[in-house]
Design a protein around this ligand. Structure first.
Ligand SMILES: Cc1cc2nc3c(=O)[nH]c(=O)nc-3n(C[C@H](O)[C@H](O)[C@H](O)COP(=O)(O)O)c2cc1C
Length: 371
């Protein structure tokens, strides 16, 4: 069984180890324009020794935004900002994918173009919260706004927005992209058998409608593979996750198996699985070890597991158990820019400070020391 520090080749991308950096929203992009720059370039370059860096979630369009100061990947200024990041990472010997994000209904009118309602598969409000930043810099958590349902004729436009974002990511020098289909954002909303009660080809309730509910994800993936080639497109899922108010449905497990199978046919870079129930109740939550193995078997390609920062020993144990091939670390990647080296030398791991997770400057971002 592979060790965390063993190299891995993801289809055609050589990674020097299996310690990946998980996507981490840090809300430090420049406003207006949601533009990354030197601050982010320094941050990711510091972490270039990770096997693969996956960027913070990045909105594919103005409509895809749900939080203040999250970066975008649709304007020339954003491409130029991200180019600083990829150049620095590559100069430091690293590899970096961009996580493509559309929040769907997990947004607020204040973040939407012209104060319009956010969009989703249906006009049902999320009980989740989003954050807001006032002109005086004060941050506040507010309820998500009432969304409107995307019209059938708008769906190709949403897919085209993803294609445009992928082209921008390519122009910005990313080695690949990760499609964010987890954590109850737009694609996860469409996958949901409890929320997506549409009656057109993009949704519906019950086992027979799984194909319809997968349509957005698969069209987005195909739009991305047209830009990057399948070997440079990963997908992140949070099987059985209920964040931001996605209640369970009887066909959730079957939906996840079908998704894994369809993605497997495309021979993608990797499938990234986030388990919300780790580490408190590892493998005993709704996302079971059995389902993980079933998805791995159907995908039949590299599996990235995530959710181990609070229980590092479990990471190697789960690789040993054959559940996955790589581990993406989130919170530990925040506080340990040299995490792979620390694993190698046995240096103690630095704790993260959750008061500086979001905004504003280099503090709690670029000032974590190397061992
Ligand atoms: C500050 C913070 C920001 C996050 N931002 C994202 C994100 O942009 N995209 C995403 O898919 N997950 C995001 N997550 C979830 C992490 O990628 C990861 O799934 C979670 O932290 C569990 O992994 P860990 O135990 O290694 O921290 C975020 C988590 C944290 C703590």
């Amino acid at each position: 069984m592979p060790a965390l520090l063993d190299p891995i080749t993801l289809r055609d991308l050589d990674c020097p180890n299996r310690v990946f950096m998980a996507p981490l929203t840090r809300q430090r992009a420049k406003a207006p324009g949601d533009i990354p720059g030197e601050l982010q370039a320094e941050h990711y370059a510091q972490r270039a020794s990770f096997g693969l860096l996956i960027s913070e979630a990045t909105q594919i369009s103005p409509e895809g935004k749900g939080y203040p100061n999250t970066p975008g990947i649709y304007s020339d200024e954003q491409v130029a900002g991200w180019k600083l990041v990829t150049d620095r990472v590559h100069a430091a010997g690293g590899r970096i994918y961009l996580q493509l994000w559309h929040v769907g209904r997990v947004s607020h009118v204040a973040h939407q173009p012209d104060g319009q309602p956010p969009v989703s598969c249906v006009a049902v409000k999320s009980k989740g919260y989003v954050s807001m930043r006032h002109p005086d810099g004060r941050r506040e958590r507010v309820e998500a706004s009432m969304p409107r349902a995307l019209e059938t004729h708008e769906m190709p436009r949403v897919v085209a927005d993803y294609a445009h974002a992928a082209a921008c990511a390519k122009a910005a020098g990313f080695d690949g992209v990760e499609v964010h289909a987890a954590n109850s954002y737009l694609i996860n909303q469409f996958l949901s058998g409890s929320l997506n009660t549409r009656t057109d080809a993009w949704g519906g309730v019950g086992f027979d409608a799984i194909e319809n509910r997968m349509r957005l994800l698969l069209e987005v993936v195909d739009a991305n593979t047209a830009v990057f080639g399948p070997s440079r497109v990963g997908v992140r899922l949070s099987p059985m996750g209920s964040a931001n108010d996605l209640p369970a449905a009887p066909d959730d497990e079957e939906c996840m198996r079908r998704v894994a199978e369809e993605l497997g046919k495309r021979r993608l870079s990797y499938l990234h699985l986030f388990n919300h129930y780790w580490p408190k109740d590892r493998w005993n939550g709704p996302f079971t070890e059995r389902l993980c193995r079933e998805m791995k078997e159907r995908f039949a390609g590299p599996i990235v597991l995530n959710g181990y920062s609070a229980e590092v020993a479990a990471a190697q144990a789960d690789l040993d158990a054959g559940l996955g091939d790589c581990i993406a670390f989130g919170k530990l990647a925040i506080s340990n820019p040299d995490l792979p080296e620390r694993f190698e030398t046995g240096a103690p791991l630095a704790p993260w400070d959750d008061t500086t997770f979001y905004g504003d400057d280099a503090r709690g971002y670029n000032d974590y020391a190397r061992a």
